[in-house]
Design a protein around this ligand. Structure first.
Ligand code: CO8
Length: 259
């Protein structure tokens, strides 16, 4: 597929999707969302990698939604743009393989919201992350309020959105917004190393972990516990070949072969 704003490559079992609009710090506009959705549509139909990494070209991961598009936006246009972004981010979150955000540079506004739609975040230790919408008279619109609340709690979410200036990656790490820090020029390499480590594990278990963790965070504790027991039990169905292979490989002192 030919894209104007995306570059996709595969390195063995790892897919790398790069947002490539560096002159606008990879800001998200309608065209970028359309391309992301087209990519996801074709990717979902023929996933032949185990882990997807999303990163940005140039000095930013993504510096937010395209602010220039807000000048003439209508009420309906704002709502539609918000829903469009959410739909794309939901499709990223629901991919059946792990998705790592390799935050090479600024992850602001919609950029941090994109990172929060991924499963794990690795950030350049020298960059800044934040939700600066209130400085523009806006609030987050791609699930930032919902995701930040879930991931860092009410006080930290208020702090991030009300101060608006963003935080250093080191502070974002302390808040739990990112899971790992890397030297500026090592972010992608670190993400690939992590992806390879993840790719050694059962694809079925990884898919199930996404479901149980993502759905579990929206449930009551009782329901989440029940779902975990149910899914754990289901792994002992005789058709669960990866569970059989994983356990046998351990007992036979060899590496599992998930294929
Ligand atoms: N939108 C459009 N263009 C952008 C954006 C953006 N978000 N960010 C940067 N650019 C452009 C700049 O305008 C500039 O373009 P030009 O060269 O044509 O003037 C180019 O990218 C380079 O940027 P800078 O010269 O500003 O680079 P600096 O290194 O000096 O600064 C910053 C980098 C600090 C990241 C700075 O660019 C900045 O503050 N950017 C805006 C960050 C921001 O406020 N992001 C939040 C946007 S709002 C949002 O994301 C809402 C999401 C929810 C939407 C809901 C739908 C309705």
């Amino acid at each position: 597929m030919n894209f104007s704003y995306l570059i996709y490559e595969e390195r063995d079992e790892v897919g790398i999707l790069t947002l490539n609009r560096p002159n606008a710090l990879n800001a998200l506009n309608n065209e970028v969302f359309d391309e992301l959705q087209s990519f996801l549509d074709s990717f979902k139909q023929s996933i032949n990698v185990r882990v997807l990494i999303i990163t940005g070209a140039g000095k930013a991961f993504v510096a937010g939604a395209d602010i220039k598009a807000f000048q003439d936006m209508t009420v309906q246009g704002g709502y539609d743009f918000s829903e469009k972004g959410k739909s794309v981010f939901r499709n990223i979150a629901q991919l059946p393989i792990p998705v790592i955000a390799a935050i090479n540079g600024f992850a602001l506004g919609g950029g941090l919201e994109l990172a929060l739609a991924c499963d794990i975040r690795i950030a350049n230790k020298d960059t800044r992350l934040g939700l600066p919408e209130s400085s523009l008279g806006l609030i987050p619109g791609f699930n930032g309020t919902v995701e930040a609340l879930k991931q860092v709690g009410l006080g930290h979410a208020m702090y991030l959105m009300m101060t608006a200036g963003g935080v250093k990656a080191t502070e974002a790490y302390e808040l739990g917004l990112v899971q790992k820090l890397a030297e500026a020029d090592q972010v992608l390499d670190n993400a690939i190393d992590m992806a390879k480590k993840i790719a050694k594990n059962s694809p079925n278990a990884l898919r199930l972990l996404k479901t149980v963790l993502r759905e579990g965070k929206e449930m009551t504790r009782t329901d989440a516990e029940a779902m975990e027991s149910r899914e754990f039990g289901n792994l002992f169905d005789e058709k669960q070949t990866e569970r059989i292979e994983g356990v046998n490989a351990f007992i036979e002192k060899r590496k599992p072969n998930w294929n």
